[in-house]
Design a binder for this molecule. Structure first.
Ligand code: GDP
Ligand code: MG
Length: 257
């Protein structure tokens, strides 16, 4: 299973070194396991960060296995979801079997990526990194209002959409490519939390096998959050809209795997 990690970045120059170093360890461990096509590549999707993130990634890329570190540069910051749409399209065009999405700020530990990919190896179509299941947790340093918002948002979306998953707003996930390709356009035109909820909801409605993998969410150490109020209000209204107008998706046969 050839895998790729999509890393959206906007002003993450102080975080990309440790992200790539961590993912290199994941790549080495999977390749050493002897499984066929076990490599793990990375594509950084940078929105022309003024702090020079893209140049740093180019430089670092030369230190790793040829072809491991890839870079897509977009002209300006248009949000996390837009960057993911382009990164996912890039991954699908390049024929990867599995696509991991994760934040580039250290909140989603690279050491958990093998467990997400392991869940796909074991037959899942979508593995959700989950903070709110046994074994999962959130950093004590995480601002209390962010945690409260996250817990409330998850409860709200879970109840309104009737979904069984405990972490719907998180953005740490591993997808089988055929499933990801079937839910195009990924997340409609949503951004932020709504995008994350929408994609999991679409997968669920297609009959995908979705599993949750616990992880400890760490607050970022370097750089600043790009979260803003509009992402929250979009989340609130988009979940109601999804409830009455569920995502429509291309045909996908759960037995096609
Ligand atoms: N390419 C790109 N990445 C973004 C954009 N906004 C946020 N990100 C990245 O998305 C990830 C999560 O964003 P973050 O600001 O940490 O949001 P928070 O975790 O909700 O506070 C980080 O890797 C950011 O660099 C954007 O407009 N473009
Ligand atoms: Mg963050």
């Amino acid at each position: 299973m050839r895998s790729i990690v999509v890393l959206p970045t906007y002003n993450e120059v102080d975080n990309v070194d440790s992200m790539l170093a961590g993912l290199d360890l994941v790549d080495k461990a999977r390749r050493e396991s002897g499984a066929p096509d076990a490599s793990v590549d990375v594509v950084v999707v940078d929105d022309s960060s003024p702090d020079g993130t893209a140049d740093r990634v180019k430089l670092l890329g030369e230190e790793y296995r040829p072809g491991m570190v890839n870079l897509v540069v977009r002209p300006r910051p248009t949000g996390l979801a837009a960057a993911y749409r382009d990164g996912f399209a890039w991954a699908l065009e390049h024929g990867y079997d599995a696509v991991v999405q994760m934040d580039a700020d250290g909140s989603h530990p690279t050491a958990v990526v093998p467990s997400l990919l392991g869940a796909l190896d074991a037959g899942a179509d979508l593995a959700l990194g989950a903070r709110y299941i046994p074994g999962g947790s959130t950093d004590a340093n995480w601002a209390w209002h962010r945690k409260a918002l996250s817990v409330a948002g998850n409860t709200y979306a879970r109840i309104l959409l009737g979904l069984p998953y405990r972490d719907l707003t998180g953005g740490f996930k591993a997808w089988r490519s055929d499933l990801l390709g079937a839910i195009s356009p990924v997340g409609g035109d949503l951004s932020g939390y709504a995008f994350q909820i929408h994609t999991t909801y679409a997968a669920h409605r297609l009959g995908a096998r979705v599993v949750e993998v616990p992880f400890r969410f760490k607050e970022r150490v370097h750089g600043t959050s790009k979260m803003h109020g509009r992402i929250v209000s979009e989340g609130v209204s988009a979940v109601v809209a999804m409830r009455f107008n569920p995502p429509t998706s291309a045909e996908w046969d759960p037995e096609s795997r």
